[in-house]
Design a protein around this ligand. Structure first.
Ligand code: IPE
Ligand code: IPE
Ligand code: MG
Length: 246
C-alpha cells in the first residue's frame, strides 16, 4: 500500500490547499490541553511541506488561523500566536535552505506586531525561492478577501482608472490576496468535518475536495500521497461531458 508509487508524477496538482483541522480533539483524546494538539500539528505541517517538495508540488496553502478563530478563548488565541511566531523563527532558515518561498494571505494587519515583523522577515528572506511556495492563511476569511477585492475595484472605477465593462473574472482574481498563485486543484480537510469554513471560496470554484477522518496531528505525507492518488482517479469535466475530454 505504497501511495507514493501510485502517483502519476505527470499529473500532479500544481496547488494543494489544506484545512488543518482536529488539533483540539486530538489533544483532548489524550487528556491533554488543546494547545498540545496545535504544537503537534506543527510537526504535521513540516512533514507535509517536505512531502510536497519530495514529489514536486509547486504550491501548498495551509489554513492556519481563520478570522472566526479570533473568537476562541483568549488563552488559546495567544498560544496560537506564540506558536506561530516561534515556528516561523525556527523554520525560516530551513525553508530557505530547501528553496521554499514563504507567503501569507489574510488580514495580516490584525496579527500581533511581533508576528507581522517576523513573518515579514521570513517572507523577505525566502522571496527568491522557486521550488515550492508555502502560503499560510492567517486571520484569513474568504468573504473578507472578496469584499476587499470589490472595494479595490470600486475605488479604481471611482477614480476612472477602469470602467465597469473591464471588470471580469480575471480582473477580480487579480485583486485577491492569491493573485500570484494559481487556484488549487485539490483541497484536503482533515478531522471528518465536511465544510469549507470560509476558506478560498472564489479560488475553490472548481477544486476537487477531499475529506479524511484523520486528525491533523496524525496527518503525514503518506496521507497526502493517498489524497493525491484519490484526486488522480477523478474525472475533472469542468461542465463538459466525458467524451469531450482529451
Ligand atoms: C485546527 O484545529 C487548528 C485551528 C483552527 C487553529 P482545531 O483547533 O480546530 O481542532 P478541533 O477542530 O477543535 O479538534
Ligand atoms: C477552520 O477550522 C480554520 C482552520 C483550520 C484554521 P475551524 O475548526 O476553525 O472550523 P469550524 O469552526 O469547525 O468550521
Ligand atoms: Mg476545528
Amino acid at each position: 500500500m505504497d501511495f507514493k508509487e501510485q502517483i502519476d508524477i505527470n499529473r500532479l496538482p500544481e496547488h494543494i490547499a489544506i484545512i488543518m483541522d482536529g488539533n483540539g480533539r486530538w489533544a483532548k483524546n489524550q487528556g491533554k490541553f488543546r494547545v498540545f494538539g496545535h504544537e503537534s500539528g506543527v510537526l504535521s505541517v513540516k512533514d507535509i511541506v517536505e512531502g510536497c517538495v519530495e514529489i514536486g508540488i509547486k504550491y501548498l496553502t495551509v489554513y492556519a488561523f481563520s478570522t472566526e478563530n479570533w473568537n476562541r478563548p483568549v488563552e488559546e488565541v495567544n498560544a496560537l500566536m506564540e506558536l506561530l511566531i516561534s515556528t516561523i523563527n525556527q523554520e525560516a532558515e530551513t525553508l530557505n535552505k530547501n528553496n521554499i518561498r514563504l507567503n501569507a494571505i489574510g488580514d495580516l494587519g490584525s496579527l500581533p506586531k511581533k508576528c507581522i515583523e517576523d513573518l515579514d522577515n521570513a517572507m523577505q528572506k525566502t522571496k527568491e525561492n522557486t521550488k515550492c511556495t508555502l502560503t499560510l492563511a492567517l486571520s484569513y476569511s474568504a468573504k473578507w478577501e472578496i469584499v476587499e477585492a470589490a472595494k479595490k475595484i470600486a475605488k479604481q472605477v471611482e477614480q476612472k482608472e477602469i470602467n465597469i465593462d473591464q471588470i471580469d473574472e480575471h480582473l477580480f482574481a487579480s485583486k485577491l490576496t492569491t493573485s500570484n498563485i494559481p487556484d488549487p486543484e485539490l483541497m484536503i480537510r482533515t478531522s471528518g468535518e465536511h465544510r469549507v469554513s470560509n476558506f478560498l471560496l472564489w479560488q475553490m470554484a472548481y477544486t476537487e475536495l477531499y475529506f479524511t477522518e484523520t486528525l491533523w496531528p496524525d496527518f503525514r505525507r503518506d496521507h497526502l500521497f493517498e489524497a493525491i492518488v484519490d484526486y488522480q482517479k477523478r474525472e475533472r469535466r469542468f461542465g463538459k461531458i466525458s467524451e469531450q475530454l482529451n
